[in-house]
Design a protein around this ligand. Structure first.
Ligand code: BV8
Length: 254
C-alpha cells in the first residue's frame, strides 16, 4: 500500500524553513552500498565500524586506505538517483517562494552536490577529498586508484594522506555542527531520509526539531528508532517517495 502523502505534503507546502537529513539509504538506489552493507566481497571479514576509526588507520593504514580508495572510486562512478534529484528540486522550489532549505548529509559520496543541491552540510566529511596527516592540507586525488597504499602526502615528509571523513570517535567539523544546530533550532519541518538513526550526534537532530515545535517526516523502507517519534513515517525507497512527496506539496501550495 503506498503511503498517504496528503498530510506530510501539506506540511511541506506550508513550511517556511525545511531541514533534510540524509543517510546512506538515499544513495542505495545509486548503487552505493549502505555503510553496513559495504562489507561484502574482499571486505566481508572486516567490520565497517572498526575500520572507520583513527585506531584502525594507525594500526593498519594500508588496509584502511585501500578500503576507502575502493569506496571513493565507487562514489565517483555513481550517478544521483531520483531521490537526490527531488531534494535538489525541493530546494529550488522552496527558494522560489523565499523559503529556507538546509540539507544535512551523513554521506561522504557528494552525490547531493552532483544532483545540484546547493546548501549542503557534510556532517561526516567527504571521501572525495583526502588530507595530509601532518599539515591537514586537503586535495582531490585524480579519478583513478592510488598507485601506492597507504598514499604518501605531497605536503610534508613522512606524512600520509587520509580520507577527509569523520571517523567514529572523531568530532564532527565545528562549522558543520554549528550550521546543523542553527538550522534544526529554527526549522518548522525536518525530513529524515535513508538513515538508520543510530549514529550520533546526527541521529539526535530529529528529536531536537520535535522539541522546538517542528514536525518530522521519516522516509525509509524500514522502521528505525525515529519511527515512533516521527509525525509521519513514509515506508518506501527515497527514490520513489521523495518525488511523490514533492509533487503532492506543489499541488497543495497555492
Ligand atoms: C562523536 C563517515 C564525539 C565515515 C560515519 C565512543 C567515543 C566517541 C564517540 C562515541 C563512542 N561511542 C559512541 C559514540 C558516538 C558515535 C556513535 O554514534 N556511535 C554509534 C555506533 C552508537 N559517534 C561518533 O563517534 C561521532 N563522533 O561522537 O565525537 C567527540 C567529541 C569531541 C572529541 C572527540 C569525540 C562520529 C560519527 C561519524 C562516523 N562516520 N561515516 C565513512 O563513511 O566511512 S558514520 C556512517 O555510519 C555513515 O555516515 C552513517 O551515518 C552511519 C550509519 O551507516 P549506514 O547504516 O549504512 O547508513 P545509515 O545509518 O544511514 O542506514 C542505512 C539506512 O538506509 C537504513 O535505515 C535502511 O533501511 C535505509 N535504506 C536502505 N535503502 C533505502 C533506504 N532508505 C531510503 N531509500 C532506500 N532506497
Amino acid at each position: 500500500m503506498s503511503p498517504d502523502f496528503r498530510a506530510p505534503a501539506a506540511s511541506l507546502a506550508r513550511a517556511r524553513r525545511v531541514v533534510v537529513l540524509t543517510g546512506a539509504g538515499v544513495s542505495a538506489e545509486s548503487g552505493i552500498r549502505t555503510f553496513r552493507d559495504t562489507m561484502e566481497g574482499l571486505w566481508k571479514e572486516f567490520d565497517a565500524q572498526k575500520l572507520a576509526t583513527p585506531e584502525a588507520f594507525a594500526a593498519d593504514p594500508e588496509t584502511v586506505t585501500r578500503w576507502y580508495d575502493w569506496r571513493r572510486l565507487g562514489c565517483l562512478a555513481a550517478d544521483p538517483n531520483p531521490g537526490h534529484l527531488a531534494l535538489a528540486q525541493m530546494e529550488d522550489w522552496l527558494a522560489a517562494s523565499g523559503r529556507d532549505f538546509t540539507l544535512l548529509t551523513q554521506n561522504v559520496d557528494r552525490l547531493h552536490q552532483k544532483a545540484g543541491s546547493r546548501n549542503v552540510v557534510e556532517l561526516h566529511g567527504s571521501i572525495i577529498e583526502w588530507r595530509c596527516t601532518r599539515t591537514g592540507q586537503k586535495l582531490i586525488p585524480p579519478e583513478q586508484a592510488f598507485d601506492q597504499f597507504p598514499p604518501h602526502s605531497p605536503f610534508a615528509e613522512r606524512a600520509l594522506l587520509r580520507p577527509d571523513v569523520v571517523w567514529f570517535g572523531e568530532p564532527l567539523p565545528a562549522a558543520a555542527l554549528a550550521a546543523a544546530a542553527h538550522a534544526v533550532d529554527s526549522c518548522d519541518l525536518f525530513i529524515s531520509v535513508g538513515t538508520s538513526s543510530q549514529v550520533y550526534p546526527a541521529a539526535g537532530f530529529a528529536e531536537l526539531a520535535l522539541h522546538q515545535g517542528g514536525e518530522v517526516i521519516e522516509v525509509n523502507p524500514q522502521q528505525t528508532p525515529l519511527t515512533r517519534m516521527a509525525t509521519w513515517s513514509l515506508r518506501g525507497p527515497s527514490g520513489e517517495v521523495l518525488p511523490m512527496l514533492l509533487d503532492e506539496a506543489r499541488k497543495a501550495h497555492v
